[in-house]
Design a protein around this ligand. Structure first.
Ligand SMILES: Cc1cc2nc3c(=O)[nH]c(=O)nc-3n(C[C@H](O)[C@H](O)[C@H](O)COP(=O)(O)OP(=O)(O)OC[C@H]3O[C@@H](n4cnc5c(N)ncnc54)[C@H](O)[C@@H]3O)c2cc1C
Length: 455
């Protein structure tokens, strides 16, 4: 056993988007010294490498809207100061339904944005001054939300959608970022401020502040002493929690995507990130339907399928890659096991997506060579809100459970967690992202009504 003891003021466990952002705000905002980021993997190589790299400020509750608005503010500041390293685009999110005037969705918008926090513009006439989707720099993109209820306006703006679309909700503060570039930028700044990135796995934690972390490196096992530990271990948050004798209320749901070169030009390069909100039944041949129905693993594919299939052009306007995802899996699994990659997923998502994007049907059963099918864990609480703040153990903090929104929310998570470590004031909304929310029965009842869910 290697007995080289090392000391740190703060050990951040996990160098994904979240741990890196915590370390970044610790050193840049609070001038923390002797910070160590510990991870046995390459930084940003686990869940953070699987991200679709989309962002939006659209949520069913104002707390999450405030949380992501804060993060987008911070990302825009970094994009500005780094000379555009984040490659931020802001074409918005287009939420599409076949229904006319979906009042429940419009009510959800008002509830999610809270009083006056976003301009919601209802567009009922074909001749309104609605600005069509843009891939222009985020600085010149509009804010607020446009709700398009006129079928002629929809047809003229989105001629590539299926012709039965009845309403489009266009969320404008939304688009794509390069989360990998954001992580690289932060790592460079972290190192420049003197923090260390150590390739090691935390195997055990003993004592109380200062903690003794048992860490496994390529050379053997050694100890690291730290006054503060931050649990940013992504899908392994519970392992670190257990080392501190605490239970972390999260589950792990594997979600998948495909990406490929769109040689058939099925997707318009200027299309915003588009979500088909409508439930649907997939079309199968009689034989396929019987086969799928006979297996408990695949039976759900022949029943009603939830909405929320998403699709977007990937990379530059003159490129030809596209990405598709559908977070229909609801079954939790163990992130220590084999990744439960579903071989039916590419076919399923293409069948579902071709309802709204008819030309995608050309790829069903014929994905182009070089296509990628990949996935990762949404580590999430039942209500799908993150955990950011103090753990029960004095000196221990948590930044995690960022489900399918950890790339877009890494910056606010990092800034909040760093403020908690330094005992500094946090914005009002952040109080409800701590573990203390489980003591608030009124909030718990409100969140139970909203029902979690993920994109
Ligand atoms: C398919 C998919 C699509 C997604 N799309 C989007 C999107 O479009 N937009 C968006 O905002 N988000 C998206 N997300 C979510 C986002 O990717 C995650 O929320 C985010 O990457 C989580 O980051 P993390 O740092 O918490 O976890 P991770 O990236 O998993 O990092 C955790 C790190 O902790 C380390 N670790 C664990 N245990 C230990 C230990 N004992 N000792 C030391 N280190 C340890 C691991 O090695 C790992 O590197 C998507 C996720 C998936 C799976």
């Amino acid at each position: 056993m290697n007995t080289i003891d090392r000391n740190a003021s703060i050990a951040v466990i996990g160098a994904g988007s979240v741990g890196i952002a915590v370390a970044y705000y610790l050193v840049t905002q609070h001038k923390a010294t002797n910070v160590v980021l510990v991870d046995p993997r390459d930084p940003m190589s686990l869940t953070s490498a699987q991200s679709g790299e989309n962002y939006r400020n659209w949520w069913p509750h104002p707390v999450m809207t405030a949380f992501t608005d804060h993060s987008i503010d911070l990302m825009e500041a970094i994009d500005r100061e780094s000379g555009g390293m984040l490659n931020m685009t802001r074409g918005g999110y287009a939420l599409v339904t076949r229904r006319d005037k979906p009042q429940d969705l419009i009510d959800d918008l008002y509830r999610g944005y809270g009083a006056g926090s976003a301009q919601i513009r209802i567009r009922e006439s074909a001749s309104c001054d609605y600005e069509p989707p843009l891939r222009a720099p985020w600085q010149s993109a509009p804010a607020g939300v446009d709700v398009l209820l006129n079928r002629d306006l929809i047809r003229a703006t989105f001629p590539y959608y299926a012709s039965d679309v009845g309403a489009v909700i266009h969320v404008r503060r939304a688009g794509s970022i390069s989360a990998q570039q954001l992580g690289q930028y932060m790592l460079t700044r972290i190192r420049a401020e003197g923090a260390r990135v150590v390739r090691a796995e935390v195997k055990g934690i003993s004592g109380s502040s200062p903690f003794r972390l048992e860490v496994a490196t390529a050379e053997g096992t050694s100890s690291l002493h730290a006054d503060v530990v931050v649990n940013a271990a992504g899908p392994y948050l519970q392992d670190i929690g257990a080392m501190l004798g605490e239970e972390i209320p999260v589950k792990h749901i594997y979600q998948q995507k495909i990406s490929f070169q769109d040689r058939e030009h099925a997707i318009d390069r200027k299309m915003p990130f588009t979500i088909d909100l409508d439930e649907q039944r997939l079309t199968w041949s009689v034989e396929d339907a019987a086969l799928l129905a006979s297996d408990p693993q695949t039976r759900r594919l022949v029943g009603p399928m939830q909405g929320s299939i998403h699709c977007r052009p990937d990379g530059p306007v003159d490129g030809n890659w596209i990405k598709l995802g559908w977070a229909y899996n609801k079954d939790a699994s163990d992130p220590h096991g084999e990744d439960p990659l579903d071989p039916h997923f590419p076919d399923t998502v293409l069948r579902g997506a071709s309802n709204l994007h008819p030309k995608l049907a050309a790829y069903i059963g014929r994905l182009p060579r070089g296509a990628r099918h990949y996935g990762g864990y949404y580590t999430m609480t039942d209500e799908n809100w993150p955990l950011i703040g103090k753990m029960k153990t004095p000196g221990a903090f948590i930044a995690g459970a960022l489900s399918g929104y950890g790339s877009m929310a890494a910056c606010s998570t990092g800034a909040l967690c760093a403020a908690w470590v330094f005992g500094q004031e946090v914005p009002q909304y952040a109080m409800q992202l701590t573990m203390d929310r489980y003591q608030d029965d009124v909030l718990k009842a409100e969140l139970a009504k909203l029902g979690g869910g993920c994109l």
